[in-house]
Write a protein that binds this ligand. Structure first.
Ligand SMILES: [Zn+2]
Length: 409
């Protein structure tokens, strides 16, 4: 089976990539947010060249591009993954543990079939975990490794017909700036797939619509010894605002399709205090409703409050519905590797949310990773083989006349 053939290469690449610290950073004023992300990007450039891809390039923003030429007349398909890892857990000195022939035992103090629902279904698999002190970085180095294994395989098998592929590895996805400088004309694809999902078989065609509102309270600074009836403390205004946010519309209280309001961080001094608030909803109207509520609560605390507003990304669902062949192709590729695929929604965003909105339809494909952004992150090598095989089947399929025709109505 193709998945078995790709598995060792995907695993070896993965183990190599996760040891490189590529953590991105919120609030950085450089792009990418951390220079160390490029350590992996540079290695990928070398490996893409070794594999025989064309137009291999690391551009001035940190994006890696490469071309795998394919059948003429087929749509150009892009495969994307991000090299950075999340700032949510320690990301340096990752020391991956490979557990062969998994027997169902507890792998880390908080990682067992009881705490991670899919683990019990992976008996006999090769499971990769952390040593319990860092994240693993399967988000998204699993996707990077799977795409690399897939294109290296196709480059080594010129007899296999497939669509032209543009590989792209992005930076800073985890801090919401993954495609900020990505030039779609340069990418030159008709549609794309991120390999940045989790459970094998799930194709994600829906993400949050997401808004950040920076709410700034302004104070009147006075020496505290002489402050009576004069001082206005912006830190207290910010605290009162956070305390007034509805307790039940919070990430820790919601799941499924229910959105939330989430104060992400607070910075302040005697002059002003700013609360960064994230609003999330699958429906645009629901998101706007949340924004109105945030403003109403802030103005109740202080009428002089000011805002900075950032529409982070939009749900890709409605855009993808206009080009149904893109998601259908991913579903068909999953079937060809023996899965029964299903559509899923992400309570989050991907590079594909922005790309889809920018005009490049980009649903999200599984990588097999689990417990992302935590020290309990794990992945099965067998699932990585399946995801890599899915990438191969996907670009093969777009070279078939009936699928290529669907891409050109
Ligand atoms: Zn990711």
């Amino acid at each position: 089976m193709l998945a078995d053939e790709l598995q060792p290469d995907a695993l070896q690449r993965f183990l190599r990539y996760v040891r490189i610290d590529t953590q991105s950073r919120l609030g950085s004023d450089t792009y990418p947010s951390t220079a160390k992300q490029l350590d992996l990007s540079r290695l990928l450039v070398e490996e893409l060249r070794e594999a025989g891809l064309a137009d291999v390039e690391l551009d001035e923003h940190g994006y890696v591009f490469a071309t795998l030429p394919g059948v003429e007349g087929a749509p150009v398909v892009s495969l994307l993954a991000h090299v950075d890892t999340a700032p949510d857990a320690p990301g340096a000195n990752v020391n991956p543990q490979v557990h062969e022939d998994y027997d169902g035992r507890e792998l880390l103090p908080a990682l067992s079939p009881a705490t991670s629902s899919l683990l019990g279904g992976r008996l006999g698999h090769t499971i990769v975990t952390t040593d319990g002190t860092t994240l693993l970085g399967a988000d998204n180095k699993a996707g990077v490794a799977e795409i690399m294994a897939a294109v290296a395989y196709l480059a080594a098998h010129p007899e296999i017909e497939h669509a032209p592929v543009r590989v792209c590895f992005t930076v800073d996805e985890e801090v919401g700036r993954g495609v900020e400088h990505l030039d779609l004309a340069k990418l030159g694809a008709e549609f794309a797939y991120t390999f940045d999902g989790e459970r094998v078989g799930e194709i994600e065609n829906e993400t949050w619509s997401a808004l950040e509102l920076k709410v700034t309270f302004h104070g009147v600074p006075v020496h505290p010894g002489l402050a009576k009836d004069k001082l206005v403390n912006p830190v207290k205004l910010a605290a009162a605002f956070v305390a007034s946010l509805p307790a039940d519309i919070a990430p820790e209280m919601t799941e499924g399709r229910v959105g939330f309001i989430h104060p992400q961080y607070v910075v302040g001094d005697p002059t002003s205090a700013t609360v960064s608030v994230y609003a999330r909803d699958f429906e645009w109207d629901g998101l706007m409703e949340k924004e109105r509520l945030i403003r109403e609560l802030a103005e109740r605390v202080s009428p002089t409050v000011t805002y900075e507003r950032w529409e982070q990304y939009r749900n890709m669902r409605d855009y993808l519905a206009e080009v149904p062949h893109v998601v259908d192709g991913a579903m068909e590729a999953a079937r060809r590797v023996g899965l029964e695929p299903s559509l899923a929604s992400i309570r989050g965003g991907t590079d594909g949310s922005r790309l889809t909105e920018m005009g490049l339809p980009t649903p999200n494909v599984y990588t097999g990773g689990n417990e992302f952004h935590s020290v309990n992150e794990w992945i099965s090598a067998q699932d990585m083989g399946i995801a890599a095989a899915t990438a191969v089947e996907l670009v093969k399929l777009w070279a078939e006349p009936e699928w290529a025709a669907r891409a050109r109505p």
